[in-house]
Design a protein around this ligand. Structure first.
Ligand code: SME
Length: 168
């Protein structure tokens, strides 16, 4: 049986991330299946942060981003590299914070209620194999603090997947 995730909602944003990072190490240690690991990763983020309305992976295959494990409402299944926030993050190989999605040229609205967003790329060497997308129903939900910790967590996750799943 899975150990419960412990989330203390009274913690600061940074401490919520630190607490989550510590638990992720134990959550994954016995796992070696890509889908299981990605699924629990997004569930852990959704459980931890009340501000997150949707969180999920888009995985690159044949130069397209395909919807992977996620938590939230149903979403667009296929995004071309370069399109939307996810496609732009994959193309430019960098994290993108969008404080107001209505001001982002080309934003793809899977949920019309989404107001802000952050997308973080996952690397295997110099190549991107997926992006992690977090949405919020509030404006300005994501900051440099989210960027720093999400990038760290994605780096940890990528290294873990490369060593353990043998898929990448
Ligand atoms: N808004 C994203 C599309 C994915 S959904 O938000 C789940 C984008 O512009 O790439």
């Amino acid at each position: 049986m899975a150990e419960p995730l412990i989330v203390d909602k009274s913690l600061s944003l940074s401490d919520l991330y630190v607490n989550l990072q510590k638990q992720l190490k134990f959550l994954f240690v016995k796992e070696d299946n890509l889908l299981s690991i990605l699924s629990n990763f997004v569930a852990a983020i959704k459980q931890t942060f009340s501000k997150v309305s949707w969180v999920g992976f888009y995985i690159i295959e044949n130069n397209n981003l395909y919807l992977g494990p996620f938590q939230g409402k149903i979403a667009c299944t296929n995004i071309e590299i370069g399109n939307g926030v996810c496609g732009k993050s994959a193309k430019e190989k960098k994290t993108i914070i969008v404080p107001d999605v209505n001001k982002f040229d080309g934003h793809i609205a899977c949920d019309s209620e989404t107001k802000s967003e952050i997308v973080v790329p996952l690397f295997n060497g110099n190549n991107i194999f997926a992006v992690l997308d977090l949405d919020s129903l509030e404006l300005n939900s994501f900051s440099e603090i989210d960027k720093k910790y999400l990038e760290n967590m994605c780096k940890f996750l990528s290294t873990f997947l490369i060593n353990k799943t043998k898929i990448l």
